[in-house]
Design a protein around this ligand. Structure first.
Ligand code: HEC
Length: 156
């Protein structure tokens, strides 16, 4: 009988702790969901809902060899292409994309570019955090389409 009375008090103490503990998890879920929605809204029409690419229109972004080939420049290249767009001849998975222009996605904030960069890399198994600060730094390195193209291995 005494135990029965104590139990609600124990639970009462536990509940706020449980709620606090779940906040970071909720936060993570929200971020992943937000970047997926951003991709759906700003990239999927051309690159496909799974980032698999659309032959003749836009190259695949879910493509591990591309990001491996770019190595340390992967996040900077990705963020740079999103901010500045891209044009020129591009070969990807044996397909040539020529005479096509990706328009600069100037509607996106630095924060949004950071979460998109993280999301797209993760689709290819590159699991690492990309902060807005890192994006800002990399955006100042490659500004023109020519500079961006120079970062990328040509035959992929
Ligand atoms: C209007 C269509 C369109 C939209 C929208 C678009 N892209 Fe592109 N994207 C292209 C085209 C076309 C190319 C190839 C450009 C070229 O041939 O130089 C490209 C190229 C790229 C590349 C280079 C791929 C490689 O193989 O080197 C990346 C990275 C990229 N886009 C990311 C994105 C992301 C992320 C978004 C969303 C924020 C996005 N794009 C939105 C059309 C688009």
């Amino acid at each position: 009988m005494r135990d029965g009375l104590k139990r609600p008090r124990g639970l009462g103490r536990l509940l706020p702790a449980l709620l606090l503990a779940s906040i970071p998890l909720l936060g993570l879920g929200k971020t992943a969901h937000a970047s997926e929605a951003l991709f759906g809204e700003h990239c999927a029409a051309c690159h496909g809902t799974e980032a698999q690419g659309t032959p003749g229109l836009a190259p695949p972004l879910a493509y591990p060899a591309l990001w491996q080939g770019l190595g340390q420049d992967a996040a900077g290249y990705l963020a740079g292409v999103v901010r500045h767009g891209l044009s020129g001849r591009l070969q990807s998975q044996g397909q040539v994309y020529s005479g096509l222009v990706m328009p600069p996605q100037s509607q996106l904030t630095i924060d949004e570019i950071a979460s998109l960069t993280e999301y797209v890399l993760k689709l290819s198994g590159v699991d690492r955090a990309v902060s807005p600060g890192e994006v800002e730094k990399t955006l100042s390195v490659a500004r023109s389409h020519r500079q961006l193209r120079a970062l990328r291995p040509t035959a992929l």
